[in-house]
Design a protein around this ligand. Structure first.
Ligand code: FGO
Length: 446
């Protein structure tokens, strides 16, 4: 009885927090406007450059920052400034670094931090008072260089399997016949690569069009299959290797999904998968959990989340960690750096992080956030969300080389597109990418 009561009270608290997040600023003002008003009154204004354009991630960041700014009224004010896409953000940071006009705080991927470290502009976060205690070790290790913490994990996502629950339920008999087992909710969701191919084939035959949607230019999709098949970007001697046997095998698999099996639809116009729901029959995607709210908002079908199909029965497929960390620039005054540390400690505190995670689909940053009553109750109400937690142990980071951003977009990403469009075979495309990468790393190209 008491337990039920406590649960209800907690549920009310969570609902309250979510409503708070949704409603944000004082009446008549947008959240951005209220932050601006607070910053106008504040002796200390910290710019935080980020790469969220819109939607739940941006709203959640702005709402939580507003809470911080309200609590620090007249003292410290953090001002989040969207710089466009993540890549726009890193381009602008490099330009600002050269011009000596860096903000106090910014988001960055691990490889971005490596690039900024080479310019000597990143603060040692522990020395300014940030504590990473209690955060998942793999997140924290990814932002340590020689033991020094140069970033703090903030919005870390993981790729999972998105599925159209309505379609799977509608085709239950055909899926049963194809050997796809029922999950505990009575939905036949593929759990292995073979089952994924079988299920996609059944749905494609039923609806007359490819049901697995992916963006070939989004390297993450290729990586899901590459790592699930057991691939690694590094050879035994530790050299970056893009044209390994497993790399070619994974790309052949992806290409065969499109051309031989006809189960996959490449989206090549730069739009997000969730921006295309009106244009065909969506069955599956392997996509970032940060897309969850975008999917829910755009879909007229019941969106399901599951862990990635594994290579062998009983295993979870691998996938990629994305999303960014927060870093502080040492070009800021020590007063601003210390204030930035306070803001970071606020954002990563388990209660706040749990709100951010449930509002967006980003992973909780540690067990304390995942065990927050609000987070657990949210999971009870939204069991699909547990796919995010279950996927974490099977996820991996991309290489954190300073050159990686250029490699992932302009070299390897382009190679995947070329192979998918059949402008080159997977072997040719990856051989070309390997040669271009070696030239880049040798300093022959920029
Ligand atoms: C995105 C990009 C990188 C690097 C990975 C790198 C640079 C990838 C991929 C290229 O925070 P994540 O998980 O998801 C993003 C989040 C906030 O915008 O929401 C996702 N979103 C946004 C709008 C929408 O309609 N649907 C949707 O899902 C959005 O993807 O980060 C994943 C996608 C990409 O931006 O095209 O991270 N990425 N590694 N970018 N610059 N450098 O090293």
């Amino acid at each position: 009885m008491i337990e039920v009561f406590t649960k209800k009270v907690l549920l009310a608290c969570v609902t309250f927090l979510l409503v708070l997040l949704a409603s944000g600023a004082a009446l008549g003002q947008t959240v951005e406007e209220e932050i601006q008003t607070l910053c106008n009154e504040s002796p200390q204004v910290l710019e935080f450059w980020h790469g969220f354009r819109s939607g739940a991630p941006r709203e959640a960041l702005e709402n939580l920052t507003l809470e911080f700014d309200r609590a620090n009224r007249g003292q410290i004010c953090v001002k989040p400034i969207s710089q466009g896409s993540y890549r726009d953000l890193s381009t602008k940071i490099l330009a600002a670094s050269a011009a000596g006009e860096l903000p106090v705080l910014a988001q960055g991927f691990e490889n971005n931090i490596a690039t900024y470290l080479a310019a000597g502009v990143v603060s040692d976060l522990e020395s300014i008072g940030v504590s990473a205690e209690g955060l998942y070790d793999n997140f924290v290790e990814a932002v340590r260089w020689d033991g020094t913490l140069y970033g703090i994990p903030f919005n870390k996502s993981v790729h999972v399997l998105y599925y159209n629950r309505d379609l799977l339920l509608e085709s239950a008999d055909a899926l049963a016949e194809a050997g796809i087992p029922e999950n505990e909710d009575g939905v036949r969701v593929p759990t292995t690569v073979d089952e994924f191919i079988a299920a996609s084939s059944v749905l494609t035959a039923t609806y007359g069009e490819p049901v697995y949607w992916f963006r070939p230019s989004d390297l993450a999709t290729y990586e899901d299959w590459f790592w699930t098949l057991g691939g690694s970007y590094f050879d035994d001697a530790g050299n970056l290797t893009l044209n390994s046997e497993t790399g070619v095998e994974a790309l052949e698999l992806l290409v065969s999904f499109v051309h031989e099996l006809g189960i996959a639809r490449p989206i090549t116009d730069g739009s997000f998968i969730n921006e295309n729901f009106a244009t065909g029959v969506f069955g599956f995607a392997t996509d970032t959990t940060a897309g969850y709210r975008f999917y829910l908002r755009a879909a007229e079908f019941d969106v399901g989340l599951a862990t990635m199909p594994g290579r062998n029965p009983g295993t979870i497929g691998a996938s990629v960690f994305q999303g960014t960390n927060i870093l502080v620039f040492n070009t800021a005054s020590s007063e601003d750096q210390n204030a930035a540390a306070e803001y970071i400690n606020f954002l990563i505190a388990p209660q706040i992080n749990a709100v951010f995670a449930t509002a967006t689909g980003y992973a909780p940053l540690g067990n304390a956030a995942a065990m927050e009553p609000g987070f657990e109750l949210y999971l009870d109400d939204n069991p699909d969300f547990s796919a995010i937690i279950d996927q974490l142990p099977a996820a991996r980071f991309e290489p954190n080389l300073p050159e990686w951003e250029q490699i992932r977009f302009d070299i390897l990403g382009q190679a995947i597109v070329k192979a998918v469009l059949q402008e080159a075979t997977p072997q040719e495309a990856l051989d070309e990418a390997q040669a271009a990468t070696e030239a880049l790393l040798a300093g022959e190209t920029r």
